[in-house]
Design a protein around this ligand. Sequence first.
Ligand code: P5A
Length: 440
Amino acid sequence: MRLSRYFMPILKENPKEAEIVSHRLMLRAGMIRQQSQGIYSWLPLGKRVLDKVNAIIRDEQNRAGAIELSMPTLQSAELWQESGRYDAYGKEMLRIKDRQDRPMLYGPTNEEMVTDIFRSSVKSYKDLPLNLYHIQLKFRDEIRPRFGTMRSREFMMKDAYSFDLTREAAEHSYNKMFAAYLRTFDRLGLRAIPMRADTGPIGGKLSHEFIILADTGESEVFCHKDFVDFDIPDDRTDFDSVEGLKSIFDKWTSLYAATSEMHDEAAFNAVPEGDRLSARGIEVGHIFYFGTKYSEPMGAKVQGPDGKEHFVHMGSYGIGPTRLVPAIIEASHDDNGIIWPASVAPFDVVVINMKAGDQACDDTCELIYAALTKAGKDVLYDDTDDRAGTKFATADLIGVPVQIIAGPRAVANGEVEVKDRKTGVRETMTIEAAINRFVA
Ligand code: P5A
């Protein structure tokens, strides 16, 4: 992508409305734009990051056996009247009437709709287990939308829904998502700790919030500090192994970890003082087991091996991609801007032409740009005629992991500078060596 032809509206000044660093940097880097309170457009740079986050989420959902579909954002009120949540959900639900005066709503979550899909076509235990998910926009009329896309009214969610014949089978489905979440957040460069949490309007008695420790987090959390160094299930994890997944779940729930709503002061005080971590955190995911809460009132049942009908046991599993992007920034930035983990960076490398219009600089940059693009890298080429200082500041602000800098003096020697955004270390090397770093 040539910067001269891209759309990346950088802000020079710090936006006054932004209270936390991720919101400030997302606005300054031209990643998002607020359209109305708590409702955002994702501009091209932001969209690239969001897409990469979603690709990792999708990959790990698929690995764990979940199957992707797509459900609508607008839902009929009737389904919610069946489950009893239409009245219970309260003011957070945006209620709409269509031209026939039929009550509709912009979905805050999809338990009812997916239960309706399930009951219409699954009739036998032989079709279980089943886990259906999608990545889709939701709307919650939050009383205090804030911090940009961290807590917005319209936001994206990956929501998965599992169906099983028995409670034991449903626990295995829960453990699959539990392990998939640990892997997902790790691949996003984050350390997320599962904590016992309040189930709120989704319901049920068992749930875990996945929390990233951050001073700017909205949740108050308490946990054993060993969680910070626990091993993540690797890519040989067998998602069909009941014992294997149970042992991952048992290990990751063996020590104290709870959000403030579920906090048990006495149990926390039993943790040796030096091991106690009391901090603030960002909830980036939340998984639930709620048994037959929706299947019973909505009549979602299957025939079991005993020939009898059984209401299915369900769970639901949410991740917030539009919250994850600012959460990653909260965890990874410096005074100059964002530092993206390579897995979600909007571009793999930025090529900076320090003297656009100078033949040697132009030729060198074009050569590098073409070679890296051909190698399948996402390359941003700063071919604008801005001052070198402005270009460096922009490259640091948008946080691309590697910068290749081509200035007249180095280029005259057949060389460029390669800068690592995270460490700030700069190395001079031949043009060929710079290319080979990515191609080899
Ligand atoms: C689980 C999937 C649910 O809605 N139903 C379907 C269950 N869970 S949840 O905890 O309420 O939300 C899941 C995740 O969505 C993100 N999230 C938000 N992100 C940005 N702005 C918001 N207002 C917002 N509300 C929820 C969080 O990451 C949450 O863990």
